[in-house]
Write a protein that binds this ligand. Structure first.
Ligand SMILES: [Zn+2]
Length: 118
């Protein structure tokens, strides 16, 4: 023995594999490194990334993975897409969130910036 890797469940692909680093198997670690390199040192400077622990409800992550694979989307895109769809089901909340969170320049946001009535 004495290798640098141990068997374990990869925290990204959830498969039993040799863990290379950061709780990731070799292919997932390579993906992570490539992603970090693409993002650069200030990848999350805008606070737009969130790490989610699905250990309380792993079946949700499994479902997301299956649907992502089925729809041929990266997992992150699948999560954003499903959240967007869920948000659309609650139109009033969606409107409030868009104005407060993204400075999208829509009417309600512009009215707020102007201090109320336009
Ligand atoms: Zn993996």
């Amino acid at each position: 023995m004495g290798g640098s890797s141990k068997m374990g469940v990869c925290r990204k692909c959830n498969r039993e594999r040799l863990i290379k680093a950061r709780g990731l198997c070799s292919p997932c670690y390579a993906d992570e490194m490539a992603r970090e390199k693409a993002l650069g040192a200030n990848g999350d400077a805008a606070g737009l990334q969130v790490t989610v622990d699905f250990s309380l409800a792993p079946h949700i992550l499994q479902g997301l993975r299956l649907r992502a694979e089925d729809d041929m989307r990266p997992l992150g895109n699948q999560i954003v897409w499903e959240l967007k769809r869920a948000e659309a089901a609650v139109p009033v909340l969606t409107e409030l969130r868009e104005c407060a969170a993204c400075a999208c320049g829509n009417a309600a946001n512009a009215a707020d910036e102007a201090g109320g009535e336009a």
